[in-house]
Design a binder for this molecule. Structure first.
Ligand SMILES: NC(=O)c1ccc[n+]([C@@H]2O[C@H](COP(=O)([O-])OP(=O)(O)OC[C@H]3O[C@@H](n4cnc5c(N)ncnc54)[C@H](OP(=O)(O)O)[C@@H]3O)[C@@H](O)[C@H]2O)c1
Length: 320
């Protein structure tokens, strides 16, 4: 089968597209014919081996998996002995933030792993663009108690995380202020933002004091110290990045002890829960995939280079 491979951590040049053996499902495993995957920011972390903490899960010196890739949509090609939840021909999608070897024509996954059947009304290409960012967005949202009409600001609302977060919070009935660039203002409005801020023309940190219950930085380019005044007295700040001097790892404890405005950190958990939640929203027409570019597997290096630029809008899909 055709697959993207690598044997070390590094930049796009280390990726090689070549023929390798097609895997055979063992007990409890499902063989997937991958039809679509994405290149996302989690893939970038796994490929570069940065931040270093990621290597605790993906291989300390060299990567454990020959084939990278964290998400997929495709068909069950064959099932191993003892598999009862899936049948040949089932259309499925899934995600694993530690890597799932999905940048290939075929991949294996345990039947009780992080996969589920795709919603009836979705194509492979559409549904695969609905999980990586949405999963991290849900990790933000699940860290706090949101109520209808709560006011939230999303910085980086055009990214995979931000665009998913915007759609989910609008669906939940919150009032969302979305920060993005000039070219995406109409997109942000179309996704339901109550107010849109063009960061190329306006500095959101100059908004009135106490405007928001939550400030969610989905691009990790702000700091609690510059956003604190925007929060209401019990407001919460969350960022997708560790922050300067890793401050977002210790500020949650410091602000908890101090009381009042809090910082929280979104450790990713419950991928199956995210797959099921997003499946329901997609079925209801309340969540749509935002696809920036689509590449073929042969162009994986270009896809990875583009995603590494940090400028994509939503998701970058690879059709296989
Ligand atoms: N904590 C975790 O577990 C975790 C997991 C995955 C990703 N991440 C991190 O989360 C961040 C976002 O991930 P993602 O996949 O959503 O990224 P992404 O798709 O690369 O999105 C970043 C978006 O933010 C926009 N942007 C860039 N600079 C901005 C600024 N100063 N103000 C507002 N918007 C800006 C970019 O567009 P323009 O440049 O065109 O404006 C782009 O649309 C990344 O830094 C990634 O490393 C964290």
């Amino acid at each position: 089968m055709l697959a993207v491979t690598r044997t070390q951590y590094g930049a796009p040049e280390i990726l090689e597209v070549k023929e390798i053996d097609k895997p055979v499902p063992k007990k409890g495993e499902v063989l997937i014919r991958v039809r679509a995957t994405t290149v996302n920011r989690t893939d970038c972390g796994i490929l570069l081996g940065k931040p270093g903490v990621i290597r605790a899960f993906t291989g300390l010196i060299t990567p454990t998996d020959l084939v990278p890739g964290t998400d997929f949509a495709g068909e069950v090609e064959a099932i191993g002995p003892g598999v009862t939840k899936f049948n040949e021909g089932d259309k499925v999608w899934g995600f694993n933030d530690n890597g799932i070897s999905s940048w290939a024509e075929y991949m294996l996954i345990k039947e009780d792993g992080k996969l589920t059947k795709i919603p009836e009304n979705s194509s492979f290409k559409e549904i695969v663009a609905c999980i990586e960012g949405a999963h991290y967005a849900l990790n933000f949202i699940n860290k706090v108690k949101v109520k209808t009409k709560d006011k939230v600001l999303i910085n980086g609302a055009t990214g995979a995380i931000g665009s998913a977060m915007l759609q989910i919070l609008v669906h939940m009935g919150l009032e969302v202020t979305a920060v993005g660039n000039t070219k995406n203002l109409i997109l942000l409005e179309s996704l339901g933002a109550n107010k849109v801020i063009n960061y190329e023309a306006e500095d959101f940190t100059k908004l009135p004091e106490g405007s928001f219950d939550f400030v969610f930085d989905a691009v990790g380019k702000s700091r609690f110290s510059v956003c604190e005044h925007l929060l209401k007295p019990k407001g919460v700040y969350i960022s997708s990045e560790l922050g300067e001097g890793l401050e977002n790892t210790y500020l949650p404890l410091l602000t908890k002890i101090k009381g009042g405005k809090r910082v929280k950190f979104p450790f990713p958990t419950d991928i199956k829960g995210s797959l099921n939640y997003i499946s329901k929203l997609v079925e209801q027409g309340a969540f749509k995939p935002i696809i920036d570019r689509t590449y073929s597997i042969e162009d994986i290096r270009q896809a990875y280079t583009y995603v590494l630029s940090g400028e994509k809008t939503g998701n970058v899909v690879v059709e296989i």
